[in-house]
Design a protein around this ligand. Structure first.
Ligand SMILES: Nc1nc2c(c(=O)[nH]1)N[C@H]1C(S)=C(S)[C@@H](COP(=O)(O)O)O[C@H]1N2
Ligand SMILES: [Mo]
Length: 219
């Protein structure tokens, strides 16, 4: 379903693996989101940086399809019209990227992940999801993290279509975890019986990625 395979041994992945080994940016502090809005080691930005593996697939709304399968009683493929016919939600949340920038108060519109899960009926054994992007990117989440109350598949940001470089037509947003978990150009949500590492997780990044516990790296 994806257009190409991500570069396993690019300059980017090599330098990120080195960051993970060195524990770059780690402060050793822990915090609680109720007490500190800005997680340890983060700084605020006003712009919105673009980060990806270097290819930004050109997926039009007409061509975009989302497959939800794996351990589900009712796997489905949604096209744009079917996706837009689902209940639309709007959430405001903060972004925390593992490269230390955070951005407050992003208004997203789209379909809540909890509503999507209700549609496909995860089997009792389902415990995690693997997200697949049209660029071949993958990232994993525990089912409960994916289903968080403010997590959604977003098509709009600040009232406008999410532009291609930020993952349009549809990207995931899971605000309580580092932003690498929020797959852009989402193509497939695969329900799994157990958590297994995606692209950055294989390359030294944490399996879960909680910013307040500084779960940057696996080591
Ligand atoms: N499909 C896909 N999703 C992705 C990525 C990617 O390379 N491909 N990069 C991740 C990383 S590392 C980050 S920090 C965020 C960046 O999102 P942004 O470019 O909208 O800021 O997207 C995440 N989702
Ligand atoms: Mo990232």
């Amino acid at each position: 379903m994806s257009d190409d395979q991500p570069p396993e041994d690019s300059k980017l992945t090599r330098s990120k693996r080195a960051w993970a080994e060195a524990g770059k940016f780690l402060t050793g502090r822990h915090a609680r989101p109720e007490e500190e809005r800005l997680p340890p080691g983060q700084h605020l930005v006003r712009d919105w940086p673009v980060l990806d593996l270097g290819s930004q697939p050109d997926v039009t709304r007409e061509r975009w399809k989302l497959r939800i399968d794996g351990l589900a009683a009712r796997p489905i493929t949604l096209d744009w019209a079917a996706f837009m016919a689902l209940p639309q939600k709007s959430f405001v949340s903060d972004i925390h990227c593992v490269t230390t920038w955070s951005r407050y108060d992003n208004r997203w519109e789209g379909v809540a992940t909890a509503d999507l899960l209700a549609l496909v009926e995860p089997r009792d054994e389902a415990a995690a999801v693997m997200l697949h992007g049209y660029d071949g990117y993958t990232t994993n989440l525990k089912l409960a993290d994916f289903a968080a109350a403010d997590a959604l598949l977003a098509h709009s940001w600040e009232g406008k279509q999410i532009p291609r470089e930020h993952g349009g037509p549809v990207r995931l947003v899971v605000p309580h975890l580092y932003f690498w978990k929020s797959a852009k150009w989402i193509a497939r949500i695969e329900l799994l019986g157990a958590d297994r590492p995606g692209f950055w997780e294989v390359n030294g990044y944490h399996l879960r990625g909680d910013p307040w516990n500084e779960e940057r790296y696996s080591g």
